[in-house]
Ligand binder design. Structure first.
Ligand SMILES: Cc1ncc(COP(=O)(O)O)c(C=O)c1O
Length: 429
């Protein structure tokens, strides 16, 4: 294998030495590679690594269950009755919300359905949904199913925003223009915070403001944005947002998802919602059948359905604790910008014909992930990387996605990945 230039290696070593977040790597389990050394893991945009403190937090809940059984609802170390409240402050900090605007519940797609039930209110000619062309399939299915629920036509009533010919990413100005021209037809704008395929970071503030000017409701899928980039959902005036916690938020496979509802909707009685007992005002929740009419709790809590899945939530406490210890999203973002820029520079230095980074070059328009179009023999290049113990992912037809995550990736990881990518490109072609 060819070695990276001495100069590049010295620089990566120096950058890692100066990195005050470097010690956080040891707070995670890294999967072992063939030779027994850790794999170089770049799939935190898909499944974040397990924080080492997860097992203790889980064990605490198992012990409370064993020792106290039903009494742990009120007398456990962290009472289960209000377990979801533990995440209010820390999750609000991740997405830039007021504590009452966020709740952790269900899964991302389930929350998207709950939100669209309340916030997709087609009204006469303003009845369509705006999405982007390469939306994640679960979102597309959910959106189309809501159009059908309202007796609308997923072909005619879906407006699809597309990048310009020859471009991979959507321009904010084009979205603004589309909203200005067709806003009077659009009831709901449903877009990603960070696009899963290209890694493009959408300008949520500008899009929200352009949409609201036209009287559209605005929702965001933040699966690839939460824990990746700083967000200001409250200030931007987003109506609702949903996100998962198993990617950059490291809460484990299929972990419980997040949901944001802007404060201005907190007490709206005109919004229909699918109700369940945990969304009821906690003061009257246990009066049970004595109060058969639903009295929603204030804020996002009022959209909960069921009692919190404590064993599934415990890992999220471990991860959000690490975010706080690391200094929050601003500190992580500062490293992330440098790490991803370094990644991009090293790809440029490879000077491989056919290799193209689809992700915008502007740091304000991307998070951690770079999506690299490989061109010919892309799957073989991907397999080459896997064989050398690099964990990246492959999205058809020819893109490798890799996300250096500031909590556990190093500049040397990035350098090694680029070295191996260059080698792989040489070997398979
Ligand atoms: C952008 C995006 N939206 C939605 C989903 C679906 O999430 P879930 O299966 O947790 O509902 C994913 C899953 O990876 C995703 O990446």
């Amino acid at each position: 294998m060819s070695r990276p230039s001495d100069q590049a290696l010295a620089r990566a070593v120096e950058l890692d030495r100066e990195d005050s977040l470097a010690p956080f790597r040891d707070r995670f389990f890294l999967p072992a590679g063939k030779s027994g050394t850790a794999k170089r893991y770049f799939c935190g945009n898909s499944l974040g690594l397990q924080p080492r403190s997860v097992a203790d937090l889980l064990r605490q809940e198992l012990d409370d269950w064993a020792r106290l059984a039903v009494d742990a609802h009120f007398h456990g170390a962290t009472p289960w009755f209000s377990y979801h409240e533990v995440f209010r402050e820390s999750m609000a900090a991740i997405v830039g919300a007021l504590p009452g605007e966020v709740v952790v519940m269900n899964s991302l797609t389930a929350n998207l359905h709950l939100m669209m039930t309340s916030f997709f209110r087609p009204d006469g000619p303003q009845r369509k949904i705006l999405v982007e062309e390469s939306a994640f399939p679960s979102d597309t299915y959910a959106v189309k199913s809501h159009l059908r629920l309202h007796g609308l036509d997923p072909v005619k009533d879906l407006i699809v925003a597309r990048p310009r010919d020859g471009e991979s990413c959507l321009r904010t100005a084009d979205l603004e223009q589309l909203l200005e021209e067709r806003g009077s037809e659009i009831a709901l704008v449903m877009l990603p915070g960070v696009q899963y395929y290209t890694g493009e970071l959408f300008d949520i503030g500008r899009i929200t403001s352009a949409a609201r000017k036209q009287g559209c409701t605005v929702g965001f899928d933040l699966a690839h944005a939460a824990g990746n980039v700083p967000l200001r959902l409250h200030d931007w005036g987003v109506d609702f947002a949903v996100w998962c916690t198993y990617k950059y938020l490291n809460a484990g496979p299929g972990a419980v998802a997040g949901c944001f509802v802007h404060q201005r909707h907190e007490r709206r009685s005109d919004l229909p919602r699918l109700a369940g007992w945990w969304g009821n005002d906690p003061e009257s929740r246990f009066r049970m059948h004595l109060i058969p009419d639903f009295q929603p709790a204030d804020g996002a809590d009022g959209w909960q359905l069921s009692n919190p899945p404590v064993l599934a939530l415990a890992p999220l406490r471990a991860s959000l604790g690490l975010f706080q210890e690391a200094g929050g999203m601003e500190a992580l973002r500062s490293k992330s910008i440098r790490l991803t820029r370094f990644f991009e520079e090293q790809i440029e230095l490879l000077d491989c014909p056919g290799l193209e980074v689809l992700t915008p070059a502007d740091p304000d328009r991307r998070g951690a992930q770079l999506s690299i179009r490989i061109g010919q023999e892309s799957e073989k290049v991907f397999r080459f990387l896997l064989d050398k113990d690099f964990v990246v992912d492959y999205r058809r037809p020819d893109v490798i996605r890799a996300a250096p995550v500031p909590l556990y990736n190093s500049f040397q990881d990035v350098l090694e990945l680029c070295r191996c990518l260059g080698e792989g490109m040489g070997v398979v072609r």
